[in-house]
Write a new protein. Sequence first.
Length: 343
Amino acid sequence: MPLIPKLIERLQRHPKRVVFPEGSDPRVLQAARQWVTRRMGVPVLLGDRTVIKGAAAKLDINLEGMRIIEPERSEDFAPLAAEFAQLRRTKGLSADEAKAALRDTNYFATMMLATARVDAVVAGATVTASSALRPLFQIIPRLESVRVASSLMILDFDENKVGSDGSLFLADCGVIPEPTAEQLGDIAISTAMIAHHLTNEIPRVAMLSYASKSTSSQPSLVKVRTATALARAKAEAARLPLEIDGELQLDAALDARVAETKKISSVVAGRANVLIFPDLNSANIGYKLVQILAGANTFGQILTGLSRPAAEISRGASAHDIFGAAAVVGCQAIDRRLLYGTV
């Protein structure tokens, strides 16, 4: 069973509020309608009420069950602006500058998330990645154990039984161009923990490279090798439920026959469900190659390492993609004890 239908069932039991800064976008409206129809919680649409209603009318979308907020007219505008000014006081942000920032729906949405007025945010449908990410990185603190925020993409195959019942978690596909070994280790841990939360399976993390278990001292191989050791040590110290191996070529990570042929024996080899790429170039190209050529369902970017759930979606995302990303971050907001009865 693909991942998203499982997440839908969980959200029907534990509904969540997801805010969409681009509330009048047709794809967002379609995704929000699905959210309501499937009884997954309340979608919060930001923007001009008249524009949102007009866009919905053109698509014959019923807005019942959705909440529409015009930031500057909202009763939350003044307190959120004051809180944002306080948050950025060390950067010299004035009260007027804080109000100006919150007229941007991405900043308003992020402050709603930071103050628990919503449970998750899905941004980026109509703006550049930097415009969607900047408020999140300025406002939402990182998890205590994480040094760097990054992102992951989820590939979800309907029939192909790779990864976790057809789901693969790929990182970092959208934030850090050239991660250091330390950052790569952090990315591996953050990605694995989200995979664990969403699937309840032990993450099997493959640190990818162009060679498998090489003795070469080529710098890119050394970086992956070092990152593997750092991530493994951090996981052991924190008693995190994950397995990690590297460096591995992609075929050795996913195909048990190839792993056996190359004499690579580990819990991860041939059975990986989390793939950590050595840099942003390879990760971004890799997931888009699979998305286009194999027709895989892709959901993300899902931000990792932040203390609250958020997604930065592509401007080329479909309504289906947006709905899937919302389901992922919505489920991230569900306490693990409610999902599985364990911490």
